[in-house]
Design a protein around this ligand. Structure first.
Ligand code: SF4
Ligand code: SF4
Length: 162
């Protein structure tokens, strides 16, 4: 009988204590984020999605060689000597025509190594994290804008995928 009443007392004590703890939080500001109406301010150097400012890309392939998951494909060909010179915004001559620059963000591990390897700093990590898709193939981004003039003499800077 004594155990019976002791258990009831412990039950009541537990409820009172837990209600006391819970009531303390009634007067504190809410920490629940009402996404998507509200969004966290991300840190300045967040690594969420890659972007290549292709106008400044010289097709060197450093990014593809650095990538641990082989998710960057770069295909280039040499520009003809007769063609007018083209330069990146930092003055680097663009001796190669980059006609394929693909990144498969579904394979990317967000390490950021490719951005450090890029000599013209055209490859950057952005803080954009809202890019869900229904088809995983839509995570392959195609940045190249130029077309190859000749396939012969072209080079590929990463294993063939996709
Ligand atoms: S962030 Fe890392 S895994 Fe993603 S493309 Fe760059 S090097 Fe590859
Ligand atoms: S390292 Fe930079 S410049 Fe070189 S191919 Fe990659 S994105 Fe282009």
């Amino acid at each position: 009988m004594l155990t019976y009443f002791r258990n009831i007392g412990q039950g009541i004590s537990t409820i009172v204590n837990s209600m006391a703890v819970a009531s303390l939080h009634l007067f504190k500001p809410s920490v629940t984020l009402q996404y998507p109406k509200e969004r966290w301010a991300l840190p300045e150097r967040s690594r969420m999605r890659l972007h290549n400012k292709i106008e400044d890309c010289i097709g060197c392939g450093q990014c593809a060689r650095t990538c641990p998951t082989d998710c960057i494909i770069v295909k280039t060909e040499k520009r003809d000597k007769e063609e007018p010179p083209v330069y990146a915004s930092d003055g680097t001559a663009k001796k190669l025509r980059t006609y394929v620059f693909d990144i498969d963000m579904a394979l990317c591990c967000y390490c950021g190594l490719c951005t450090f390897a890029c000599p013209t700093q055209c490859l950057v990590m952005t803080a954009d994290y809202e890019y869900s898709v229904y088809d995983i193939n839509d995570h392959v981004y195609h940045f190249a804008k130029e077309k190859p003039l000749t396939v012969a003499g072209s080079t590929e800077q990463s294993p063939l995928k996709g």
